[in-house]
Ligand binder design. Structure first.
Ligand code: HEC
Length: 147
């Protein structure tokens, strides 16, 4: 019991970032893993990987992942694991904090891009107020990967 309290105190002391990471992992498990798989490796014919060489580039575009979470995605996507042409439903039922938390988890833990900039809840609120369309997000993706 004492250890549990100590652990909780340590987590609290570690501050927002640590707590957000834990929360992001939970959201990923319950809202994303059924399609993108446990480690974000994706599955042929179901959903693309969220890691690999492309994510070294995509993770650097701050608004891309949260934009996809708000707008969803469809149309052919070429990835490290071949071309996907599915439909990702919007995840806009997640609140701003949840989208920020799962984005941080995606960028640093799944894609392994620790230094990449991530959004906070206020950024997600701003994106939600001026949503990017799927067509805009696809153009952003294409440009990021061409670099
Ligand atoms: C019902 C299945 C499903 C769920 C649930 C889902 N996705 Fe997706 N996701 C897809 C599919 C399918 C695509 C590719 C769509 C296409 O082919 O254009 C995609 C695309 C993406 C992309 C763009 C990938 C790229 O290479 O540009 C991101 C980022 C993403 N998903 C993140 C997430 C996250 C994070 C969650 C959980 C909050 C999530 N998805 C939940 C099916 C899903």
């Amino acid at each position: 019991m004492r250890d549990v309290i100590l652990m909780a105190a340590m987590l609290a002391a570690a501050g927002g970032a640590g707590a957000q990471q834990v929360r992001g992992a939970d959201i990923y498990k319950s809202s994303c893993a059924m399609c993108h798989q446990d480690q974000g490796q994706g599955a042929a014919g179901v959903a693309p990987p969220l890691k690999g060489s492309q994510w070294a580039k995509l993770a650097r575009v701050r608004n891309y992942a949260p934009g996809v979470l708000l707008a969803g995605m469809h149309g052919p996507l070429s990835t490290d694991e071949g071309t996907f042409n599915g439909v990702m439903p919007t995840q806009n039922r997640l609140n701003d904090e949840e989208i920020a938390a799962v984005t941080a988890y995606l960028v640093s833990d799944i894609a392994g891009q620790n230094g990449a900039p991530v959004v906070v809840a206020a950024d997600v609120a701003a994106l939600r107020a001026r949503p990017q369309s799927v067509a805009e997000l696809r153009a952003v993706r294409k440009q990021a990967l061409a670099k």
